[in-house]
Each structure stands twice: as C-alpha cells, then as structure tokens.
Design a protein around this ligand. Structure first.
Ligand code: PAF
Length: 281
C-alpha cells in the first residue's frame, strides 16, 4: 500500500491503471477510521482491481463555527488499518493541494442541500459535493462507496452524479452500529462517558418509530411526537431536526404508504449526531 500526497502523482497512478484496463474503486473519507469505514473498504475491495481510499478533512464542508480544527485525525493509525484492509492507495492530500490559493470553483446541488442538515449547516453540502466532484475528476473511479448513515449526503451525491453525467456508480453500504445501537461516527470520539450513554437515544427513538409504523400507525404527526418525547426524555439531548421523507428524493411525504426515511439530528452536549432508518412496509 502506498500513501499519495499530490494530485499529480495520483493522476499518474490512475492513468497507468486505466491504461492496463483495471477497474478503480474509491472510498472517500475524512479518516479516523472506524468499523463503518472498514465496511466500505471491504465491500469496495471485493469488486475492483485498484482500491483507493481518500483521507481528507475537507475544510469547505465545515461551517465557520464547526469542529474543523478539532476533527479527529490520525493518518498513521489509518494507514495500518487500510493496509490490513488491502487498500492499494491512500490519497491524503494537504489542504493546499486540494484548494490552491484563490480557489473559486464550487459544485452545489440546489434545493436538496438546503433541507434537513442543510438548514443549520448552510455551506456543508456545497463543500461535500465540491470535494467529491474533485476526487471523482481526479481519480475517475468506476465505483465509489458511501455509508447510509449520511442519508442526505448519499441522495445529494447521486443527484450530482446524475446531473453532471459523471460515470461513477455509487454504492451505499448499511450503517454500522455499536453493540448498543449507536451509529459509528468519528464524532463519537467527542462524547464523554455520560454523553456516550445518552447518545443511544437516537437509535432507540428510530426503532420506536419503526415499531409504531409496523404496528400500523401511519400518522406522521404521531410518529414525530413519539420520537420527540423519547429524545426529550434524555436530559443531555437537544433535537436539531426530526424528519420523515421519501428516501429517494428527501421530499416531505403526506403519509406512510411507501418506504420512508426517518432522519434525525440531535445534539448530545456539544456534539451533533445524526442517524436514520428506512422503514419499508
Ligand atoms: O462522509 C464523509 O466522510 C465526507 O463527507 C466525504 C464524503 C468524505 C467528503 O469529504
């Protein structure tokens, strides 16, 4: 396995692989690997000749008040894990390599980027789509892997790929959870012991909602109330949003007569966590 730091070197490697007729899979990440990343790496490894994992804490997807500076980073540890996962190349550029001085080109999926997480994180998805578009342009992967935990990100990236005629097949892998149900996230590292316990309320609330729907409750108002009450019963938790939408396009729905995405964002102390579940009757 090799760690590549520059776009020029990465392009050279990609050119050679393409010349040899090899298929390329990309797993874009911000590093600090956990089981969720590993599940993407494992899935990608099965279906490609060359597996590239990018590790880049992308400054443009953090709003100014957010945790860009303190976002956990550990390239050495990630390299060991990636090597074990049979990754061929890590692409770990510096910020100046991705955003040269005077950088001024952005990719934005309108509409979808302003709902749900986009309401309180106005620049977030523009940063995500910009960096993912740059990685797709540079690496020209045949396939790219993302986690269902970031449900809105997945819908937005698929829309970008379709709108911009990018020839990348997007694979979505299920959310990987801790034993107590908490969705794996690099941000879980911010939680203290008490907060870590409180954080299980996200998945418990989603499961409760799923149960209600399966038992026949189809009133969105009621489902939302159940989730709200459960989260509010946890004193360290503060709701950012609870939404029940169409998983394909994130449009609000009137009732539950086809698959629904229940997505939530909740502050646990100073840490904002997201989770979601798709209920398919
Ligand atoms: O999901 C993430 O870790 C990031 O948003 C991504 C897709 C790597 C872009 O920086």
């Amino acid at each position: 396995m090799k760690t590549v730091k520059t776009a020029a070197e990465m392009r050279g490697i990609v050119r050679e692989a393409k010349r040899d007729g090899k298929s390329i899979a990309l797993v874009p990440t911000m590093g600090y690997f956990h089981e969720g990343h590993l599940s993407l790496i494992r899935e990608a490894r099965k279906k490609c000749d060359v597996l590239i994992v990018s590790i880049f804490v992308n400054p443009t997807q953090f709003d100014p008040s957010e945790d860009y500076e303190r976002y956990p980073r550990d390239l050495n540890r990630d390299e060991v894990i990636a090597e074990r996962g049979k990754v061929d190349f890590i692409f770990a550029p510096d910020v100046s390599e991705m955003y040269s001085s005077g950088y001024s080109t952005f990719v934005e999926v309108e509409g979808l980027s302003k709902v749900m997480c986009g309401k309180n994180r106005p620049a977030h998805f523009r940063g995500v789509t910009t960096v993912v578009a740059k990685l797709f342009n540079l690496i020209e992967p045949d396939t790219a892997y993302f986690g269902q935990k970031d449900a809105q990100q997945v819908v937005i990236i698929k829309k970008m790929v379709s709108d911009l005629n990018m020839g990348v097949e997007i694979h979505v892998c299920p959310t990987v959870r801790e034993k107590d149900g908490l969705a794996m996230s690099s941000r879980n590292a911010y939680l203290n012991e008490e907060e870590r316990k409180a954080a299980t309320v996200l998945y418990r609330a989603l499961l409760k909602a799923k149960d209600e729907i399966i038992r026949g409750d189809k009133l969105l108002k009621f489902i939302r109330k159940e989730i709200t009450e459960m989260i509010e019963s946890e004193k360290l938790a503060r709701i950012d949003y609870i939404t029940i939408v169409d998983p394909e396009n994130l449009q609000e729905i009137a009732g539950i007569d086809k698959p629904v995405l229940i997505a939530i964002a909740v502050w646990i102390g100073k840490t904002r966590l997201i989770d979601n579940i798709i209920v398919n009757l």
